[in-house]
Structures are given as structure tokens and as C-alpha cells.
Design a protein around this ligand. Structure first.
Ligand code: ADP
Ligand code: GLC
Length: 479
């Protein structure tokens, strides 16, 4: 059994902006159940400090060098469900309104990574594996291997780097290489960390980790191509024999239609027919939609960005409005998409509802109350929203990309297989055709619909199968 340190920019139950936090909150539980010892470390953001700081224990105070000055670090901890969380505190760097997107992100996450590496020494904790997630942590394998190789305690550690989204790379100017990361300039000159004339945390993670993973088998294949490789396909191809695609799961206790405290009626396979429709009526009421159990209710819960395929929807607003559906959208993001959805709601009162913002409780009610869930992504490393909707018997309609292709099996009218609907190309007409197919099944073939809904409800969206593969990965690393 291994001792594993997860390093990440966010994680539940403390802070979440997207699926990364779900994974960091739930995969450790599954690994712990398999006998591993898992700890997690993340920055102590303002939102965490406001809510939890008085419950945390201060375990160490030390400093790391940034811009040739010693900058203080305070390390806090708390254990939840047998998983110990560490928090790196620096008010100036992290106690801001949002988590990412500042001009000094390179320095902030350079500091974070340095503080994590020194934390091992401070608390005398030497994991077998450091499992880094996304660009915020991509320099750790490089920093340890390049600057701590003389120290036997660090030399024994193996590194896994998981790519959750290749589109966010953490590319910065070369000026932070020495001053913030403590790395020699020749790593820029020899190309190891160089990208686009600067340095790339993502590229460094891919090159220096012992194993690289991404969050679905299909995305692992896609990112080796120019279309999905985000200009790192050549680097990824160099590591393709160490690149594993392991599909995400979700926490099936947190997302459980039988017990979910956020939803008004509870159901499972036995009573889904009666109780899910009650959830739907309650959601229609809550969102100001016409209360009608018979109209197909379509849901969206998402960041509103190009990744999620909303430009396809916008090309076909007339066709979507003409369909016999109601639409409920929860999300925030690009102003152009928000404005469009606001206008759409105003012109279609009772039929379309848009909640602009982030609302976890409402997300649960949308997964539970809708018939269909729309996720026509341009690219999707894994996607958790379609897994949540499956868990609540809401059929996902997705584009066949990344993890969506791995997790949603399209309806087959002949042998009645499938747990949702899908289309292949990033083409808005295909989206409309597939929506029309879903309407046809919903209104004209209710037996088929109910069969698909049962398949959705019984799809395995837990971590079970994937935790076993992570297990294998760690074993292979530590052999
Ligand atoms: P990504 O991480 O790319 O945003 P995922 O599908 O992997 O996409 O994960 C998104 C997670 O964030 C899901 O748990 C989803 O329910 C949640 N989520 C997204 N947008 C919102 C929102 N506006 N309010 C509440 N939860 C949201
Ligand atoms: C990223 C991806 C998403 C994935 C999530 C968790 O945010 O966009 O597809 O599900 O990470 O791995």
C-alpha cells in the first residue's frame, strides 16, 4: 500500500470551481478504502479561510525564497473522512476574491509549489508518490528532480501528473524560472521547460513526471493529435508509453437520488417513474417554468465557455426554441453567452429559464428534475456533469468527444441499448437532429425512454473501476 500526496489547486469539501475539485474530493476516499494513505495539499484561499480557518490546526511555520527574499509560509491541517488535508497560507497570494486568473499567477503557484516541496521536510512526511493535478502543480516533478536530487528522502519519491484540461497550461515569462522557481536557466535553453519563448508548467509536468495520466481513455488518444493537443501533442507523443487515460468517477454518496438532501423527492429504479416527475414539477415551479409534467425538460449545468459547445446552440436558437421542450440553464462564464441566454429567457418566459451564477444546491435539483441533459462540448477531457445526470436518471445528450464518448452510449433503436444520445461532429445541425431524435423517443416511444432511463440509473459512475486502475498505476511505479 502506498502513501500518496495529492497536490491540487482546488478540492472538495473545501473549495470548488469545477470538476477538478470533485475529483480531488472523491478519488482519495476511494483510494483510502483500498488501503492507501492519501493526503491532499492546496492553497488556503479566502473562501476557505472565511469558512474553516478557525477549525484548522497550525502545524508549521517556515519560509521559501521568492524574488531572493524569504517569504513566510504557514501550514494548516484538517482531517476529513480519513484523508488529511494541508493548506498553504499566504494572505497576499491567496486570500483574494477568486482562485486563478491574476497577472502574478506564475509567482503565486511557484510559491505554492515551493512551499509544498519544503512542507515534506518541515513535517517529516515522505510519501511514496506525489500525485500532481493540472498546471498549478506541474513544476513540482521538475523542481524536485532538478534541485533536490542529492537528498535521498526526495529522490525516493515518484511522480504522477494528471492532466484535467490541456487548454489551461500555466505559461509564463522566463523571468520567474530562477527568481520564483529556483531553477537554473539551462533548463530554458535546453528546451526542458521552454514553450513559446517562455516556460510552461503544463509541459514541464508532462516531461518530468514518471507517469502522466488524463481523465478518460478517449481524451488520452485525442491529445496526441494536432486537433486536441493544444500545441503540446509532440511533447505528449514523447511520453505516450507512460500516458494513461483513466476515466473519472463521482462520489455516489454525495450524488445519490435516494438520499440527496438538496432534492425535494427521493427515488431509485423502483419509484423513479413517480418521484422524478415530482422533482421536475418542483423545479419548473422554482425556475418560473410552466408546470407541466408532460413537456420534456432539458437541463444545462456548466461553465459557459467555448469548451462546452454553447456556440453550437447559439447557431440554432430558432430550432431549439421551436422544439417542444423546456430549457433550464445554470451557469456563468463568457459575457456573450450569458447575454444571449438572458435574452433567450426574456423572449421565452415559462419555456426557458436561465440562472446566471454558481449554485450547487440548484445543480442537484436540475440533475434530478430534468429529462434530458445537454452537453455538446467542443472538447471534454472527461466531464462530470453527464455522470451526475446519469446518476439521477436524466439522459445526457452529448457530442462524442473526450470522456463524453467513453461514458455515454447512444440510443440504439433496434436493440434498445444506450444510456443517452450523442452526435459525432461539431456541427449545429447534428445537435438539432439529435435533440429532435430525443424528443421523438420521449413523446412517441415512452417504453424506449424508460429503458434508457433505467440504463442511466444503473450505469456505474462510481470510482470503483477507476480506483483499481490508479491502484495498478501506483503499483507499477513503486515496483
Ligand atoms: P469542468 O470541470 O470542465 O467545468 P465537469 O463536468 O468536469 O466540467 O465538472 C463540472 C462540475 O461543476 C460538476 O460537478 C457540475 O455540477 C459543477 N458546476 C458547473 N457549473 C456549475 C454551476 N453554475 N453551479 C453549480 N455547479 C456547477
Ligand atoms: C476539467 C475538464 C473536465 C473534467 C474535470 C475533472 O475541468 O474540463 O472535463 O471532468 O477537469 O477531471
Amino acid at each position: 500500500m502506498a502513501s500518496i500526496l495529492f497536490v491540487a489547486g482546488e478540492g472538495l469539501p473545501f473549495i470548488k470551481t469545477g470538476g477538478l475539485a470533485d475529483v480531488v474530493g472523491s478519488l482519495p476516499l476511494s483510494l483510502t478504502e483500498r488501503g492507501h494513505e492519501v493526503k491532499v495539499v492546496m492553497p488556503l484561499y479566502k473562501k476557505i479561510a472565511d469558512k474553516f480557518l478557525d477549525q484548522f490546526e497550525l502545524v508549521a511555520e517556515y519560509s521559501v525564497s521568492i524574488h531572493y527574499q524569504e517569504i513566510p509560509v504557514r501550514l494548516f491541517t484538517q482531517t476529513v473522512n480519513n484523508v488529511q488535508f494541508y493548506f498553504i497560507q499566504h494572505q497576499g497570494y491567496f486570500e483574494r476574491d477568486t482562485l486563478y486568473g491574476y497577472n502574478d499567477d506564475g509567482e503565486r503557484f511557484g510559491y505554492f509549489q515551493k512551499a509544498v516541496i519544503e512542507m515534506l521536510n518541515q513535517v517529516d512526511y515522505w510519501p511514496n508518490v506525489i500525485h500532481c493535478h493540472d498546471w498549478h502543480t506541474g513544476m513540482i516533478p521538475c523542481m524536485v528532480k532538478e534541485t533536490h536530487y542529492h537528498d535521498q528522502r526526495y529522490r525516493g519519491i515518484r511522480f504522477v501528473y494528471t492532466i484535467h484540461n490541456l487548454a489551461f497550461q500555466g505559461n509564463f515569462g522566463v523571468d520567474i524560472l530562477d527568481s520564483c522557481l529556483g531553477l537554473p536557466y539551462h533548463l530554458f535553453e535546453n528546451g526542458n521547460v521552454r514553450f513559446d519563448g517562455g516556460i510552461s508548467f503544463m509541459k514541464s509536468g508532462i516531461l518530468y513526471a514518471d507517469k502522466v495520466t488524463t481523465v478518460s481513455p478517449n481524451y488520452a488518444q485525442e491529445i496526441l493529435t494536432e486537433q486536441y493537443g493544444e500545441r503540446l501533442e509532440a511533447v505528449l507523443n514523447m511520453r505516450k508509453y507512460d500516458l494513461w487515460g483513466i476515466v473519472n468517477g463521482i462520489d455516489v454518496e454525495l450524488w445519490n437520488p435516494k438520499t440527496d438532501p438538496e432534492i425535494p423527492y427521493h427515488f431509485d429504479k423502483v419509484n423513479v417513474a413517480t418521484e422524478k416527475v415530482n422533482c421536475k414539477l418542483a423545479l419548473q415551479k422554482e425556475m418560473g417554468l410552466t408546470e407541466d409534467p408532460n413537456t420534456m425538460l432539458v437541463g444545462v449545468v456548466s461553465r459557459l465557455t467555448i469548451q462546452k459547445g454553447f456556440y453550437l446552440m447559439m447557431e440554432q436558437l430558432d430550432a431549439i426554441c421551436a422544439a417542444n421542450i423546456q430549457l433550464v440553464i445554470l451557469g456563468s462564464g463568457e459575457a456573450a453567452i450569458e447575454t444571449k441566454f438572458t435574452q433567450l429567457e426574456e423572449g421565452n418566459k415559462g419555456k426557458i429559464a436561465f440562472y446566471r451564477g454558481y449554485n450547487e444546491a440548484l445543480a442537484h435539483r436540475i440533475y434530478a428534475g430534468c429529462d434530458l441533459f445537454l452537453m455538446p462540448s467542443l472538447f471534454e477531457p472527461c466531464g462530470l456533469s453527464q455522470l451526475c445526470s446519469l446518476r439521477y436518471g436524466t439522459l445526457p445528450l452529448v457530442r462524442e468527444t473526450g470522456g463524453l464518448k467513453d461514458t455515454v452510449q447512444p440510443y440504439n433503436q433496434y436493440d434498445k441499448t444506450g444510456n443517452g444520445f450523442s452526435f459525432a461532429n461539431y456541427n449545429s445541425q447534428e445537435l438539432v437532429n439529435t435533440l429532435n431524435l430525443a424528443c421523438d423517443v420521449y413523446y412517441n416511444k415512452p417504453d424506449d425512454w424508460n429503458t434508457l432511463r433505467d440504463h442511466a440509473l444503473t450505469s456505474d459512475v462510481s470510482w470503483d473501476a477507476s480506483a483499481t486502475i490508479y491502484n495498478k498505476l501506483y503499483e507499477e511505479l513503486l515496483r
